[in-house]
Design a protein around this ligand. Structure first.
Ligand SMILES: [Zn+2]
Length: 273
């Protein structure tokens, strides 16, 4: 197996993985979307809200603000020993919001949420929550908890998680007459003319659209997918780093396999039927 990072900028990670089958690639993608936990606001107690936005919509908007997540210090509520409705300091973080429009109409932003844990704060400080008219105010207490995307998308740690087949381009240099039609046809600018031959740059940009193959009048170019090589593109919401999301998804996949193996052994030994 080979893993190669192609791009790593801000919350986006693009990497190539070779030597896995499509069910494994898809399992990793689905785990990243639905099973890697992240922290977000789950309960809101509205103490005061004189804004035009009703309490339910306000709570929904608060839930959609990604929070920086510390997976090592908190438990999922269902795994915490407290089993209490509002949680304890091992499974819940309290954030408060107090805002008033004293002089003119103003927008309340995510940076105004005060957290009891300075490490659990909104991943982006500039997310607008609501607008307050002159004299209006809002006072809330929010409880953030770990959760999984399969329960509610607000817990999804990725805003995008996709993969595609890596491609291989074969140019028959004996046939090729350098008409350059393939270069013009490629929407991703993967092909270029170098000295006296057609070559490719950044092949990972190839989407297997086959425009170059259709443009070539003498069938001198072939594009095929590599069946065991995938290019993953992950965009984190900011709750966790993209690297941590991949690491956690792999850990979950390994644990699922171990569980399956244990169940099979129990059936074999007659412990369960
Ligand atoms: Zn607890």
């Amino acid at each position: 197996m080979e893993v190669r990072i192609l791009e790593n900028e801000d919350n986006c990670l693009k990497f190539l993985i070779n030597g896995i089958s499509i069910p494994i690639a898809n399992a990793l993608r689905r785990i990243m979307i639905a099973e890697v936990p992240s922290m977000t606001i789950d309960d809101v107690i509205v103490i005061e809200n004189s804004s035009p936005m009703n309490d339910e919509i306000l709570a929904l908007r608060l839930g959609l603000i990604p929070l920086k997540t510390d997976l090592d210090s908190y438990f999922l509520p269902e795994e915490c020993t407290c089993q209490s409705e509002l949680g304890c300091n091992q499974c819940s973080v309290t954030l408060t919001l107090e805002a008033k429009a004293e002089e003119s109409i103003r927008t309340v932003y995510s940076k105004e949420l005060n957290s009891t844990n300075p490490d659990i704060t909104p991943a982006n400080s500039g997310i607008p929550i609501l607008k307050l008219g002159y004299g209006q105010s809002v006072r809330l207490e929010c409880y953030a908890r770990l959760g999984k995307g399969k329960v509610h998308t607000k817990w999804q740690p990725v805003s995008a998680c996709t993969y595609k087949y890596a491609s291989v381009i074969d140019i028959n240099l004996e046939k090729c007459n350098f008409c350059k039609r393939c270069i013009k046809a490629c929407p991703k600018n993967v092909l270029k003319k170098e000295k006296k031959k057609i070559t490719f740059v950044e092949i990972e940009k190839c989407d297997l659209c086959n425009e170059c193959v259709f443009a070539c009048p003498i069938d001198a170019i072939q594009v095929e997918k590599l069946k065991d090589t995938f290019i993953f593109m992950i965009e984190s919401t900011g709750a966790l780093t993209a690297e941590r999301i991949i690491y956690e998804s792999n850990k979950i996949l390994i644990n699922k396999t171990k569980d399956f193996q244990e169940q099979l052994l129990k059936i074999k030994s007659g412990e369960i039927k």
